[in-house]
Design a protein around this ligand. Structure first.
Ligand code: ATP
Ligand code: MG
Length: 244
């Protein structure tokens, strides 16, 4: 479903060039949910931007559904790091933004209600809790009914209870909607809770250094299993290893 082949991305030109990703190759099967883990600045957001067609690869190619990604696509939705809400727009307007950018119409009220945001449509982001703001970001993406869901640290900087709630929400949405998902996170437990496979990246320039199979994903009590703890331990070691 998603094929990344020899993806290299550099920013800037001349002596200011920053190599963000180097020769990254990976595939995500249709309906699969994978996690991308790596140190800050290793190019995780860059990878999602390339998958979403927001930036062009310097080398290599990204294909979704067999077609090369060359710009924003209707069937792909990106949840931005820190939700990316516009503070001067209401919850409703923020949730509709993705549809509007794509020149589409649709009723986002139903999606907002599913995420527990009914009654808050006319509030502004500044009037919400951080957990609610993240759910508005998720609603904006869900409203597109995407086949591919790209998530850039949707749970970063949340308290642990809210973080678990949103993790459970993402699991439930994935099981109900069968989207193909790529979750970027630097939280080890979160990667193991949600990633059927976990791609470990090196520090910048980001390269895939390990792929961990994690077939236990799928129930909210997976967190309490020995298998979960063993994988968390393994991933921690892999991350430390990648940084040395
Ligand atoms: N527009 C830009 N111009 C120049 N350099 C950039 C630009 N955007 C990102 N970079 C650099 O590219 C590298 C990768 O950035 P990216 O945001 O993809 O990392 P990340 O893994 O998402 O980091 P974090 O975990 O902190 O979100 C970083 O070193 C960053 O400084
Ligand atoms: Mg990032």
């Amino acid at each position: 479903m998603i094929e990344v082949e020899g993806l290299t991305v550099s920013y800037g030109a001349g002596r200011r060039t920053v190599l963000a990703l180097e020769e990254v190759s990976l595939t995500v099967a249709e309906g699969e949910l994978v996690a991308i883990v790596g140190p800050s600045g290793c190019g995780k957001s860059t990878l999602l931007f390339a998958m979403d067609g927001l930036i062009r690869p310097t080398q290599g190619v990204v294909r979704i559904g067999g077609k090369e990604v060359r710009g924003i696509r209707r069937d792909v939705a990106l949840i931005l790091q820190d939700a990316g809400l516009l503070p001067w727009k209401t919850v409703l307007a923020n949730a509709e933004l993705g549809l509007r950018i794509q020149g589409r119409r649709g009723d986002v009220r139903e999606v907002l209600a599913q995420l527990g945001l009914a009654g808050f449509e006319h509030r502004y982001p500044g009037e919400l809790s951080e957990g609610m703001r993240r759910r508005v970001g998720i609603a904006r993406a869900l409203a597109l009914h995407p086949k591919v869901f790209l998530m850039d640290e949707p749970m970063a900087n949340l308290d642990s209870i809210t973080r678990q709630r949103i993790q459970n929400l993402i699991l439930e949405l994935w099981q109900r909607l069968h989207f193909t998902g790529v979750l970027v996170t630097h939280d080890v437990e979160e990667a193991v809770f949600l990633g059927q496979r976990i791609f470990v990246f090196s520090p910048r320039p980001g390269r895939v250094v390990e792929v961990i199979d994690n077939p236990g994903v799928g129930t909210s009590d997976y967190r309490d299993s020995d298998q979960f703890l063993a994988r968390v331990h393994h991933l921690r070691k892999a991350l430390v290893g990648s940084a040395t």
